[in-house]
Design a binder for this molecule. Structure first.
Ligand SMILES: Nc1ncnc2c1ncn2[C@@H]1O[C@H](COP(=O)(O)OP(=O)(O)OP(=O)(O)O)[C@@H](O)[C@H]1O
Ligand SMILES: [Mg+2]
Length: 590
């Protein structure tokens, strides 16, 4: 199976938002005010918090002097200062929450907007579950990264810088030991961060694959039951779960190793610093108060350090997940509007295929295919299964790029007009209509969002859908189930027909539009469809030839070539493929 959830390697014209940092800035920029405000508050709160360590010094010095009132004074101010720091942090919480939630909303919108514009091929090649999962990973990462940054990395950074300044002011030697410690920590952590990010990305990728597989299984749950393959599905799921567990475990063990190495560095760094301080104190260069000050700072930082290790880890993990998602969501679009794309101007709906070549990888579907359908003509397209009929429709809708040749609508090359205008001009009843898990009314109104209820009902009547809809418990307000599972095949087709009727586009394509209906309903709908066809260019695809009898022209496709082309009567008297098929069907069916 070619369903791939692998990470695509960056290409030359890589989208800038594939980069997590750029994406981060992109979603924060519209609310940059909150961002800078939050950063400023955290910087202030964290520096004041570090400065409160001076209270230890002042209290110890007062105690040394035996100055009770001074000790009492500093002792009382201390909790007040702590409280002020807390208040500042809560303010940063308020502002940070604004930034985070806005960035969250912005990322949801940005990703959704970008993903929905991917081509048909993009979606065909991926599990919809994995695309959803990727979007969720990126959005989740944004929600985690901002708090981690603000109250993790940034807080620690400020703590380290202020601590460094204070320690240097006490003793330059101890300050140098401290900076040495810091540099060692940064070097160690950044050396390890890359591997950590790789492990996280791998773990996220396996998670995504498992998720996609689960959604695929649930989507096909009736096939699983029908073929009693639950055990097979479970065993595949189990091996993916094991793969995922191993990846998570490896990732975790790497974290433990990072933390352990941090502790070793810390041990040597603080050891050196204390050695220096004790010798300086015994030589009388620094006071007991200063010594306590540095002690308090260091004790504080050790807690912070474990925290920063975690924050570093969490950041690498979330960035890894984010990258995994972004790299797949921001692959270049397969099909883009030309720079100077103009809206398609439909005059009479003439369709011309000029030497079109198209292949799905090694499978050539059309080769030097040329065909002219004059505006307003109703054409029946016939051909064996796999002949390329549905592909013909996809290509006309520009869901794939042609290998060679051109398709024109009213003289305009479809690659030079905007995709939206092209698709607006064509109403399609697809071979396998899928419905939204919304009400029937909403599903029909998708052809024209502002259609009033009576118009919706009118098209439903024309599509012979009104009767069955009226019998449903909530009528037009009945939810149809995911992909329309609560409706029968024929009911779905009628809803799809009603929707296409409502769209009322100049070009109408019916791909086996009535194949799931009983003959009686089919005849009735054919009448309604014929009324709808008036004045439009129509391409109707059908295996049941009786439904194409009224067409102006029948085209028989075989291996991507037109093998017969003429009216129903002409083709019958010609006695070729169509004639044989007709004979066969009227013998068998009618
Ligand atoms: N998304 C795709 N990726 C790869 N190959 C495809 C894809 N869609 C169709 N094909 C191949 O293209 C060929 C034409 O398929 P198409 O769906 O156009 O046939 P059709 O004439 O509509 O058949 P049917 O009467 O069964 O609907 C087939 O060989 C099919 O396997
Ligand atoms: Mg088909």
């Amino acid at each position: 199976m070619a369903l791939d959830t692998n990470i695509t390697p960056p290409t030359e014209n890589a989208h800038p938002l594939r980069n997590p940092y750029r994406f981060f800035w992109h979603v924060s920029r519209p609310h940059a005010g909150w961002m800078f405000f939050a950063i400023a508050l955290v910087v202030i709160a964290a520096s004041i918090s570090q400065l409160t360590n001076y209270f230890y010094k002042f209290i110890v010095e007062a105690v040394e002097r035996g100055d009770v009132s001074s000790a009492l004074w500093w002792g009382m101010i201390f909790p007040a200062a702590m409280f002020a720091v807390q208040v500042l942090y809560r303010c940063s919480g308020y502002v940070g929450a604004r930034w985070t939630t806005h960035a969250y909303k912005q990322s949801v919108i940005t990703l959704y907007h970008h993903a929905t514009q991917h081509s048909h091929t993009y979606f065909s090649n991926r599990f919809s579950g994995s695309i959803t999962n990727k979007i969720r990973n990126v959005v989740g990462a944004i929600e985690e990264v901002i708090p981690d940054f603000l109250w993790g990395q940034l807080t620690s950074l400020v703590a380290f810088v202020t601590a460094f300044a204070i320690i240097v002011s006490v003793d330059v030697g101890a300050g140098s030991a401290f900076i040495g410690l810091l540099v060692a920590l940064i070097v160690v952590n950044s050396l390890m961060a890359k591997e950590k990010a790789r492990l996280s990305k791998m773990s996220a990728a396996i998670g995504t694959r498992m998720q996609g597989r689960v959604v695929d299984t649930f989507t096909n749950i009736s096939a699983v039951r029908q073929y009693t393959q639950q055990l097979f599905e479970e065993s595949t799921h189990e091996s993916l779960a094991e793969e995922s567990r191993t990846a998570k475990f490896k990732n975790w063990m790497y974290t433990e190793r990072m933390l352990l190495i941090n502790s070793v560095v810390l041990f040597f760094g603080t050891g050196a610093m204390f050695w220096r301080l004790i010798t300086q104190w015994s030589a009388g260069f620094i006071s007991a108060g200063d010594f306590v000050l540095v002690l308090a700072l260091t004790a504080n930082l050790i807690g912070n350090l474990l925290f920063i290790g975690r924050a570093f880890n969490a950041m690498s993990r979330t960035l890894g997940e984010m990258r995994e998602g972004l790299e797949d969501i921001y692959v270049p679009y397969d099909i883009v509007d030309a720079d100077a794309a103009q809206p398609l101007q439909v005059t009479n709906g003439t369709i011309v295929w000029d030497d079109v070549r198209f292949n799905f990888e090694a499978n050539t579907v059309f080769d030097d295919f040329s065909l002219t359908i004059p505006g307003g003509q109703r054409v029946g397209l016939v051909g064996s299964s796999g002949a390329g009929k549905s592909t013909f429709v996809s290509l006309l809708l520009r869901q794939h790029e042609l290998g060679a040749g051109k398709i024109f609508i009213d003289g305009q090359d479809i690659t030079t007009v905007t995709q939206d205008s092209l698709r607006t001009a064509i109403a399609v009843v697809p071979q396998e209509p899928l419905l939204f898990h919304r009400t029937i009314r909403e599903n029909i109104a998708y052809g024209k969002l502002d259609a009033p209820d009576d118009e919706i009902e009118a098209v439903a009547r024309k599509a012979y859908a009104h009767d069955f809809i009226s019998l449903l418990p909530q009528g037009y307000d009945t939810l149809v189930g995911e992909r329309g599972v609560k409706l029968s095949g024929g009911q779905k087709q009628r809803v799809a027909i009603a929707r296409a009727m409502l769209k009322d586009a100049p070009i109408l394509i019916l791909d086996e539009a009535t194949s799931a209906l009983d003959s009686e309903s089919e005849v009735a709908i054919q009448k309604a469809l014929h009324a709808l066809m008036a004045g439009k260019t129509v391409i109707a695809i059908a295996h049941r030839l009786s439904t194409l009898r009224e067409m102006d022209r029948i085209i028989v496709l075989d291996s991507g070539k037109v093998v017969e082309d003429g009216t129903h009567d002409a083709l019958l008297s010609y006695g070729g493929v169509y004639g044989r098929l007709w004979e066969h069907q009227s013998g068998g069916f009618l």
